[in-house]
Design a binder for this molecule. Structure first.
Ligand code: AMX
Length: 436
């Protein structure tokens, strides 16, 4: 393949130049109604081109779940005895657009506990995987295996009428939600040797997740998981994981296969893996400049990252143009949880959030110089006892199912078609502009 590589290498500079010329000369030209060259070659930023029911992202105010801000959700959704909102209530809100009662959520939590057990082929496969395989890869593999018992796949093969597709999609989605914490905690135990405290049929979704990782008695961690899962559940439809689930399901792949695909996108460092990247980056910074570092030392460290051509993880966003309200909600949690804000690493992350925004502005590239949710999630998981950075995106992966699966039910209930946008080569775009 060496000669093929040489061939590609030879044409890369010319292609890059043509793309650059296309953007600079014709960026604002619309090839079809409202679709500019910039949106075609710029990752479809801002292009209004998909239906998503559960949440909407405002660039300045942040995420709204059926119009409700995070603070409103925290005030109105059913909560655990500790007062922390329950992520299963967030799923209910996202799916139905209604605020559930405490009794409805208590019964829903029991349903999730009831269906949490994994089939033997999934546990056998998980137990056979090497500990060195990234936990996100393990999660995606395990979720794919659940397709063995997909209601949707079976009923589709048996000739289900298309108006009824939503019903087995719903069954598979609830079943997957129920099993995700069991899969994730089994991965955690297999890799990090934790103790299984077993499923408590009367406990909520997050408590059972924590119990599976031997953390059921760690009340700070249980509340952190509740908040984390509720906050990361949905961020409208255009982000990589949500869009992937929606796209793959549009071909009528069942919810397990669709969500496994979403997880593979979430595992990318510019998306969900940033949760892990941030803490690794902060730990390196702590090692290099110490806990009680001055603003100047932090600034220097930030510039070192930027000057070496890397991104500062946890900063910037494709849509947001203000600090992420999910970041703020997690910071508030740290402030109201005893001992959390005294943690030297938490202090360093807070200090960094002030310095980093200034440096990002000076750097002048990122359209959003503010912290996103990942800037602070990992350091809090670390504070409560989860030091395994490789696992952070798995927690994200359990959560993101909330929004993706609720949307799949609507996609099939509304009979949305298979997605098939039109693609064009760079030269075809030039030609189309000439002919306009
Ligand atoms: N550090 C350094 N440079 C950054 C940056 C950051 N945190 N964020 C953006 N930039 C750069 C981009 O790489 C791009 O450079 P280029 O012109 O040389 O390609 C330029 O600034 C303009 O980018 P943008 O339009 O502001 O952002 P985007 O929509 O292309 O990308 C995102 C958004 C999140 C991928 C980007 O901000 C980033 O890489 N952030 C760091 C990783 C991260 O925190 N990801 C998590 C996002 C939230 C989530 O999905 N969980």
């Amino acid at each position: 393949w060496f000669t093929v590589v040489l061939g590609v290498l030879a044409i890369i500079p010319a292609k890059r130049e043509r793309l650059q010329a296309l953007r600079s000369q014709h960026g604002s030209v619309a090839l079809s109604s409202g679709v500019t060259v910039d949106s075609i070659v710029g990752g479809m930023r801002g292009l209004k081109c998909m239906v998503w029911e559960g949440s909407e992202l405002d660039a300045y105010k942040g995420i709204r779940f059926h119009g409700m801000s995070i603070t409103e959700c925290q005030r109105k959704l059913p909560a655990a005895n500790s007062g922390e909102m329950l992520p299963e209530a967030m799923f209910w809100l996202i799916l139905t657009s209604e605020i559930p009662s405490a009794a409805q959520i208590s019964s829903f939590s029991s349903t999730l506990a009831k269906y949490s057990e994994l089939p033997k082929h999934t546990t056998d496969l998980l137990d056979s995987l090497p500990k060195s395989l990234h936990p996100m890869t393990q999660l995606s593999i395990a979720v794919s295996t659940l397709n063995h018992d997909s209601s949707f796949a079976k009923q589709y093969a048996a000739g289900l009428h298309k108006k009824d597709y939503w019903s087995p999609t719903f069954d598979d989605s609830i079943n997957l939600l129920a099993k995700l914490p069991t899969i994730a905690s089994r991965i955690y135990r297999n890799i990090y040797d934790a103790k299984d405290q077993g499923i408590d049929q009367h406990a909520d979704w997050s408590m059972n997740f924590a119990r599976g990782m031997g953390m059921g008695e760690n009340s700070g961690m249980v509340d952190m998981i509740r908040l984390y899962l509720a906050l990361h559940g949905d961020h409208e439809g255009g982000n990589v994981s949500a869009h992937t689930a929606h796209l793959v399901n549009s071909a009528l792949a069942d919810p397990y296969l669709s969500y496994a695909s979403a997880l593979n996108g979430l595992a990318g460092p510019l998306h969900g893996l940033a949760a892990q990247e941030v803490l690794v980056w902060v730990l390196k910074m702590q090692k290099e400049i110490g806990d009680d570092a001055s603003e100047e030392a932090i600034e220097k460290y930030l510039w070192k990252t930027l000057n070496s051509g890397q991104v500062v993880p946890g900063y910037g966003h494709g849509v947001l143009r203000n600090p992420d309200p999910r970041f703020t909600a997690l910071q508030d949690f740290a402030k109201r949880t005893k001992g959390c804000s005294d943690d030297p690493l938490v202090k360093l992350v807070i200090k960094n959030s002030q310095v980093a925004t200034k440096v990002m502005k000076e750097h002048g590239k990122a359209k959003n110089p503010f912290p996103n949710v990942d800037a602070t999630s990992g350091v809090l998981l670390n504070h409560f006892g989860m030091q395994q950075t490789n696992f952070y995106t798995v927690v994200f992966g359990v959560s993101r199912a909330i929004g993706c699966l609720a949307q799949l039910v609507w996609d099939r209930a509304l009979g949305l078609p298979i997605e098939r946008p039109k693609s064009m080569s760079i030269e075809a775009i030039f030609k189309a502009i000439e002919e306009k």
